[in-house]
Design a protein around this ligand. Sequence first.
Ligand code: AMP
Ligand code: FE
Ligand code: FE
Ligand code: ZN
Length: 283
Amino acid sequence: MRIDLHTHSSASDGTEPAEEVVAQAARAGLDVVALTDHDTYAGWPAAVAAATEQGVAVVRGIEISCSRKGISIHLLGYLPDPEHHGLDREIARARRSRVTRIERMVQKMAAAGIPVTIEDVRAQAGEDTTMGRPHIADALVANGVVRDRAEAFADILRNGSRFYVSHYAPDPVRAVELVRAAGGVPVMAHPFAKARGWTVGGDVIEEMARAGLAGLEAAHRDHSVAERTHAEELAARLGLFTTGSSDYHGAGKENRLGEHTTEPEVLARIEEQATSGVEVVRP
Ligand code: AMP
Ligand code: FE
Ligand code: FE
Ligand code: ZN
């Protein structure tokens, strides 16, 4: 059984529609794929429909952007009830704030002479898409400013760039509580990936564990060997399970489906703990 529990579609900053992500999962020889778009459930229906067609089991999930003292934390939530109002309200607020934030970043960039408008960025994202910096990157590529997303993130769009603006994001402890309240299973994504910017200390993860965190994503390309080991040791100490996944973004990143995978026993624990009635869709 090959299980990849972290992927993105064009409902957020992946480059392929959700049905194509599931088709690619079949091609990559995966048995199970989770769709975990940033702050949205919009890709779920297409992914579910594709499960039967492609012969791949689909886990409906989400990746919630959280923030603690300015440090960004990503929380994966598996099988939450999409109609849970508390959680839906938070992610809807984050999506709205992301739009304002993109507008402000683009204004700063335009003021500095970088040729990009908000219309250019909107043209790179669908109607129902969670907007993110990758869509600014795509607009910069279209306007000939950079070659690809990676080049845009190396300078103009990086955390700490003079064009950077933050967006609303809930505290990670609150997000863990909300995912549990929605009957879902919270797993912290790439907890120690220093390559991505500042990361929180073990104390914050302990707080999240007390609030109901179920696992840590230990196997992820943004973790060094030491960071992965650190995640495995902390998970063992806190009684959490560990997952592994690709964080696939289509053509938007080099991450390949199935490059890291999760043990079947861990998926079984996720399914046991989910109380939302949202089930893994098996073909
Ligand atoms: P945002 O959520 O708007 O702050 O943008 C962060 C997103 O940008 C992450 O979810 C990544 O998918 C994407 N990202 C970050 N760094 C890179 C990179 N070097 N190349 C491509 N995408 C990136
Ligand atoms: Fe992303
Ligand atoms: Fe993430
Ligand atoms: Zn992700």
